[in-house]
Design a protein around this ligand. Structure first.
Ligand SMILES: C[S@@+](CC[C@H](N)C(=O)[O-])C[C@H]1O[C@@H](n2cnc3c(N)ncnc32)[C@H](O)[C@@H]1O
Length: 265
């Protein structure tokens, strides 16, 4: 199965669980993205890979005209229910159903890292932005990002191999550094491309977080929840051991690290 096909198949049916759990982690970068892209009243904004719509919700509150797009139908339907004032579409990078120069700003909160061809995705986002328009994208900053990285660490510590259809390589990994992320935008033709680091602590009940991530994410969810119960228990034991190092009362304060790339067309 190729990377994009894997993504399509494994986001399906996760929208509500994602909104309940993982979206509380991604919410942290929404305001920096909106500020970086200069979103305000009447900005024609494309929220690409909108998920359940944290960027859309905040941009609508600022008075922006929001078009929310996701490759997953359940995510788009959820946004349509929550935010009747947004335009919503099912579409997948790197092919968007919009004319050239249709938007003043594009935001993608943890989506370009889910595409099979990030350079083609960046080129498509350039195409749909007007000259002078702004783009702001986030990705995770591993290995310092533990809030979701700890699941991969637990898998490896347990010596467990992900199911055979889970892609061994993530195409975005070549662009996942601070300089490389900025270069991805510069190579697509954007001006003034650079990436900033964001750091915060994700405070959560560790058992609830385990359930939320298994139910609500595509690759980590598929890699762990499709294992036999005994194997899952071994991975969970390693997870418990790893997160214990971040205990904060009854919760854990997991280091969360992201990169925010921004530029102008
Ligand atoms: C980690 S979630 C981020 C959701 C949301 N932006 C947020 O802030 O929480 C990634 C989202 O990207 C979507 N996605 C994955 N590949 C995509 C593609 N090629 N084009 C558009 N959306 C895609 C998934 O369906 C999922 O909703």
């Amino acid at each position: 199965m190729d990377f994009d096909a894997f993504e399509r198949a494994n986001w399906e049916g996760r929208a509500e669980a994602y909104e309940r759990g993982f979206a509380r982690l991604t919410a942290h970068t929404v305001e920096p993205l909106l500020n970086s892209a200069g979103v305000g009243p009447r900005t024609r904004l494309l929220d690409i890979g909108c998920g359940p719509g944290p960027v859309t919700a905040a941009a609508l509150a600022l008075g922006a005209q929001v078009t929310a797009v996701d490759a997953d139908l359940d995510m788009v339907e959820l946004v349509a229910r929550r935010h009747p004032h947004a335009q919503v579409r099912v579409a997948a990078l790197p092919e968007l159903p919009f004319p050239d120069e249709a938007f003043d700003a594009v935001i993608g909160n943890f989506v370009v890292n889910h595409t099979g061809d990030p350079a083609a995705a960046a080129a498509e986002l350039y195409r749909v932005l007007r000259p002078g328009g702004t783009i702001a994208l986030t990705c995770w900053d591993y290995p310092a990002h533990k809030a979701s990285g700890v699941f991969g660490e637990a898998l490896r510590a347990a010596g467990v191999t992900p199911p055979a259809d889970v892609p061994a390589e993530i195409p975005f990994s070549a662009h996942a550094g601070r300089r490389a992320f900025g270069r991805l935008l510069a190579d697509a033709g954007f001006e003034g491309a650079a990436a900033d680091s964001l750091a915060w602590a994700h405070r959560v009940d560790p058992d609830v977080w385990w359930e939320d991530v298994l139910a609500g994410t595509a690759m980590t969810g598929a890699s762990i929840s499709r294992q036999d119960p005994g194997v899952q228990a071994e991975i969970k034991a390693e997870y418990d051991r790893l997160v214990a190092g971040y205990a904060d009362g009854a919760e854990v304060a997991l280091p969360a690290r992201a990169l925010l790339a921004h530029a102008t067309r």
